[in-house]
Design a protein around this ligand. Structure first.
Ligand code: AMP
Ligand code: FE
Ligand code: FE
Ligand code: ZN
Length: 291
């Protein structure tokens, strides 16, 4: 039995808007000395088989996950579904619809940029998206490559965020629908990076009313002071605490695999809750043995 070295329960691959394939994330998780790693692509679960296959023989514990885009209290709230069964039919069907909608939206944003004098090659961008969930990061990276903006962040700030000229909204779950879908798939729902919301306490309260399980207390965008505040909020409300690096690649950024880690005690609490949820959901039991 080797010592527990932490759980990173939030990262992205090429199956959404990350720049590295699942196998590379596994390699980074091993390199970082993690005990547990989750793949949580935005609105997507189809990278999970590759993730699982790549983890075989590494000794890592893998967690099947996704990060659902929801609308709540006028904010874009991300909800992690941890430990869910990616084969659950209703979840899969809904994600397939979102995928088609994302593709149409990507095309619409590229149309707006062309009208602004910044043409991008749709086929080229689609080739990069591949099996992934077409998102604004793909467009931001293509804009940088073309020299239309100096940086990824500038692409967002000047063109791609709400209210900017190339923004196109994306269909979203409601917070309540997302939490219910995660539960039905046998997973635990966790509100991601609460620092991103105007009124995190309100978002958490609405989440709890809908059956929320946890809060991402430890996240790279949250400093120590915020971490303490969100930790207290989680304790007060009886929510599980989660931790995630939100890695998207490339590796030189702040967000490295293993940059945020859940300790053994909090991991064990999650495992108890997740095993119970799986049993209640009627989905196949969880396998959290080292791969
Ligand atoms: P989408 O799902 O296509 O709306 O894109 C959302 C993703 O874009 C988020 O998960 C982040 O990875 C990235 N993102 C959103 N807002 C910004 C921003 N202001 N600066 C940089 N990246 C952002
Ligand atoms: Fe993202
Ligand atoms: Fe997120
Ligand atoms: Zn994320």
């Amino acid at each position: 039995m080797t010592a527990f070295r932490g759980a990173d329960l939030h990262c992205h691959s090429t199956f959404s808007d990350g720049v590295e394939p699942p196998a590379q994330l596994v390699a980074r998780g091993v390199e970082a000395g993690l005990s547990v790693l989750a793949l949580s692509d935005h609105d997507a679960v189809h990278g999970l088989p590759e993730f699982e296959a790549a983890a075989k023989g590494t000794g890592l514990v893998t967690v099947t996950a996704t990060e659902l885009s929801t609308r709540c209290d006028g904010d874009d709230v991300h909800v992690l579904g941890l430990f869910l069964d990616p084969e659950e039919p209703e979840l899969r069907a809904r994600l397939a619809v979102f995928r088609e909608d994302r593709d149409a939206r990507g095309e619409a944003m590229i149309g707006k940029l062309a009208a602004l004098g910044m043409p991008l090659d749709l086929a080229e961008v689609r080739a990069v998206v591949g099996e992934g969930a077409f998102g604004r990061p793909h467009i931001a990276r293509a804009m940088v490559a073309k020299g239309y903006v100096k940086s990824f962040d500038e692409a967002f700030e000047a063109f791609l965020t709400r209210g900017k000229p190339a923004y196109v909204p994306k269909p979203k779950w409601t917070l309540e629908e997302a939490i219910a879908a995660i539960r039905k798939a046998g997973g635990l729902s966790v509100i991601a990076h609460p620092i991103w919301y105007r009124d995190p306490e309100k978002v958490v309260a609405l989440g709890i009313a809908a059956g929320l399980d946890g809060l991402e207390v430890i996240h790279v965008d949250q400093d120590g002071q915020k971490e303490n505040a969100f930790g207290l909020l989680a304790e007060r409300e009886g929510l599980l605490k989660s931790a995630g690096s939100d890695y998207h690649g490339p590796p030189e950024g702040r967000k490295r695999v293993g940059a945020c880690r859940l300790d053994e005690d909090h991991w064990n609490r999650m495992v108890v809750a997740a095993s119970k949820r799986r049993a209640e959901s009627g989905r196949p039991p969880l396998d959290l043995s080292p791969r």
